[in-house]
Design a protein around this ligand. Sequence first.
Ligand code: UT7
Length: 336
Amino acid sequence: MSNTNSSTELQNGFGRVIGIGSFLPKDVLTNDDLAKIVETNDQWITERTGIKTRHISDPKTDTTESMAIAAAKAAVKDSGIDPSEIGLVVVASTTPNILFPALAACVQAAVDADNAMCFDLNAACPGFITAFVTAQNYIRSGMVNCALVVGAENLTNYVDFEDRGTCILFGDGAGAVVLKADENVGYDAIMRAAGKRGECLRCESYMQKGREKTPEFIKSNYINMDGQTVFKFAVTEVPRVIDNLLTKTGTDPDEIDYFILHQANRRIIESVAKHLKQPIEKFPMNIENTGNTSSASIPILLDEMKKAGKLGEGKKKVVISSFGAGLIWGAFQTEI
Ligand code: UT7
């Protein structure tokens, strides 16, 4: 069985991506809008991050749940399957609007996946790849034949709009894929974590018995980040895990059509491309218009790529990699 971090060949009998969908809220926040809120400017944000605009949820209409459902419905429609075939719904989110029931159960109800088991998973930004890897193992084990994997985030709920180091980065949205067992699909993954280095990216729950609501505590309920430490972690570990994965699958980097990375910062992506000695054209990006949407970033990008005719017929060899709070990171290889 693959995904044990020890095999040397791609294995068969995993899930193939047969449907992709996404949802972005209609409201857009530009760098110039942010410059009216904090001391920043379009040039600084563009040069340091690659971000120009980000979609932000409308508090009247958009919740993590509603965005997850919209993306899931689009992915199921795109797949063409009968929803009763879905055996697993897993939603990755680090910003759910409800603690229970699981968002996955809400998605299950909305898409009529009446035969599915459901759970949510929180692995912060790498939540989508963690959910994807989890679903692949449910398929590989034979427990389910078809899975719906969603990444959904309402990060602007947790952004401190007085902190110019974080409020410029994040956006909202959701993306989803449908996986179906296929003996002929290649798939392998490596996942890693370093909880001992997790302090650099943290957000505490407001609901903590016994915690006085001091200004420090209230600050801790927003996204707190040491940006430089996260940046260094990403540019070190992402190329390393991709190198390790390619070695494990016996694939030359030149054989990979696309390296699809978590959209956190254009400079991180450029650094990974340089390390892997691969042209930047093989690293698709939409960060300019979405910002960092955490666990939603990869499926939103996959959907854009499919709609642009770059993916979807199972012919493109891709490596997909993400990183973030935990610290957690990893990569998988497949064909889409
Ligand atoms: O999903 C994973 C989540 N997180 C990430 O991927 C974040 C990774 N890190 C980053 O993307 C970058 O570290 C940031 C974009 C957050 C910051 O860029 P940086 O190049 O690391 O800037 P810095 O924090 O070293 O700050 C450089 C300067 C500082 O001023 P001084 O001390 O040199 O005078 C900051 O105060 O830039 C200042 N600064 C800003 N200036 C204008 C910080 N934020 C801003 C801002 N506008 N928004």
